[in-house]
Each structure stands twice: as C-alpha cells, then as structure tokens.
Design a protein around this ligand. Structure first.
Ligand code: ZN
Length: 313
C-alpha cells in the first residue's frame, strides 16, 4: 500500500503538471523561449486554459505541501536520531528510562533505533505482558515501520485523496506488530490483555516519529487479537500491485507522448524560423537553424513532414 500510494501521488502530480505545462507552453513568450510552434502542440490546443491554470495552481500547492511534509519529517527524524544518541548504546536497542509516566515507544534512528520504555510502564504490566509490549516495539524496530509511515504520509501530503490510505498503513503496521508480539509469546489472549492494559496505563504525547504499542485504536486491535490470525489476502495484494503498475505505465506513456508532441512542435518552429517549406526539410536546413542535436530532430521532422517528401540528409 505504501508503494502504491507513493506511485499514485507521483503519477497524479506528474499528469497535473503536464496539463498545466501544455497550457503554459501556448503562451507566445513561453513558446518562443522553448522554441516550440504553438500550432503544433496538438493536444495542448484542446485543453481549456482554465483547466490548465487550475491544474497548475493545484500542482504547485501540492508540491509545496509535499516539500513541507518532507522537511518536517526530516526534522523529526533528525531529532529522534539525536535523542537515540543521547540515550546511548543499548542491548537489543532497549532503553529503560526512569519516569513516573507510563510509556513505551519505538524511536527510529536511520535504519535502526531504540525501544524506549518507562519504569512506570514496566511496573504497570505483569511479566508476561511486558514481553508482549517489548515484542511489539521490537517488531516496529526490526521491520523499520517508521519508513512506511513517513513515505505514506509524504504521499498523502502530495495527494490529499490518499489520506485514508495513510491512516490504513498506520493501522496496518500496528496490527503487524501486534501479530508479531502474539506470535512471540504464543498466546493471543495474553497479547490482547497486554495491549488493553498498556492502553489504559499510557499517558502523554510522543515524539513526532515515535511508534507506540498502545497509542491508537486499542480496542479494535485487542478484539482482532482475540480472533484468528489474519489470512494472507493475495487477491488484494495483486489488485494493489496491478493498480500501481497501471499508474506507472500511464505515467510513462504520458511522458513519452508529451516528449513526442514537443519534439514535433520544436521541429515545426525550427522549420518556420529557417523559412523553409516541408519539401525542404533537410538536415542542412536544421544546421542553418542552429539545431544542436540534428540526428534527434530528423526523427521529429520525418514524422511532421509530408510523407511524399522524403527527408534529405
Ligand atoms: Zn506500535
């Protein structure tokens, strides 16, 4: 889901940018700068200017939101890394802090991090439930769940329609860690009890990028632990993969078509500037017009010239 969300966000941003660019390229000043013939921009003529402007505004706003999210995530990760260094080395990444507030969370640092547990939380749980809690946090650390969360949050910032997907990914990694913890202690009821007790005991807020066992949807997760382990849903995984591949393919095709369209428009511009007719579409004329990459433009001109007049190299 995280990869699908990222690809979807990039694809939608790219398509919006292409729509806006086609309209922007029709402005005579911009067309002159880019050496494009406005008359040969093809599909660009059929995009209403209002749609292009709206797409441009949206893509700039979404890009700004994504950059802001990226900067905030970088700052939070840097703060977490500094905190981990201050906590010092720890066996298996576990750090017990003297604190009267019951808390337990995973603090990422690069590709590793620390599991931080307060003495009050350890006192609040019986021995078996402590094992569950630590196994849950260790699962977050081992599978680098913070990366899934940061990437999907970035995708949701770049495309707000993906916010439900970001929430689903957050919920899924908690369930993933819950299942790992239940498997570790071989007792699903014990895992559910530990989660419920830690949820009741927990207090306070967490550092920005921390992941905590008992911070969200505790009752739903405890109920899930009282049921059967989840089955692998291969059909759903295949569907998500298919959507991702389709989005990638559509973006690649859009990029190819756009490049082709602008090549034609550029070739037509060069032809116009050289004051030549299609019959005189020669490489020599291109050189006169100052085309830097003659072999590349011959392909475009070959496409744009009347087929009755073969290209003279
Ligand atoms: Zn957790």
């Amino acid at each position: 889901m995280t990869a699908a969300a990222l690809v979807t966000a990039l694809s939608t941003g790219f398509v919006l940018a292409v729509v806006a660019f086609f309209v922007l390229a029709r402005i005579p000043f911009v067309a002159a700068l880019g050496h494009w013939s406005v008359a040969k921009l093809g599909i660009g003529d059929r995009i209403p200017a209002a749609i292009g402007v709206a797409a441009g505004v949206v893509v700039v706003a979404l890009l700004a939101a994504a950059i802001r999210r990226f900067v905030l995530a970088g700052r939070d990760l840097a703060v977490a890394a500094v905190t981990c260094r201050q906590l010092g080395p720890a066996a298996d990444g576990l750090v017990v802090v003297q604190d009267e507030r019951p808390d337990a969370y995973t603090l990422p640092s690069g590709l590793s991090g620390r599991v931080v547990v307060s003495t009050a939380m350890l006192r609040a749980l019986p021995a078996g439930e402590r094992r569950v809690l630590l196994a849950h946090e260790a699962s977050h650390l081992r599978h680098r769940h913070h990366l899934y969360v940061q990437i999907v949050e970035l995708a949701a910032a770049a495309n707000p329609l993906l916010r439900p997907v970001a929430a689903a990914v957050r919920a899924a990694i908690e369930r993933w860690a819950d299942e790992d913890a239940a498997e570790e202690v071989c007792d699903r009821r014990l895992a559910a009890r530990a989660l419920a007790r830690a949820g009741l005991a927990r207090s306070g807020s967490l550092p920005g990028v921390a992941l905590a066992a008992a911070a969200s949807a505790v009752s739903d997760r405890a109920r899930a632990l009282l049921g059967e382990p989840p089955r692998r849903r291969r059909g759903l995984a295949l569907a998500v993969t298919a959507i991702t591949v389709v989005a990638l393919a559509a973006s690649a095709e859009t990029a190819k078509d756009t490049d082709h369209q602008f090549e034609i428009a550029k070739a037509a511009y060069i032809r116009t500037q050289a004051g030549i007719r299609p019959v005189a579409c020669t490489v020599a004329a291109l050189r006169v017009a100052g085309a830097e990459d003659v072999p590349r433009w011959t392909t475009s001109i070959r496409r744009s010239c009347d087929s009755r007049w073969p290209l003279i190299a």
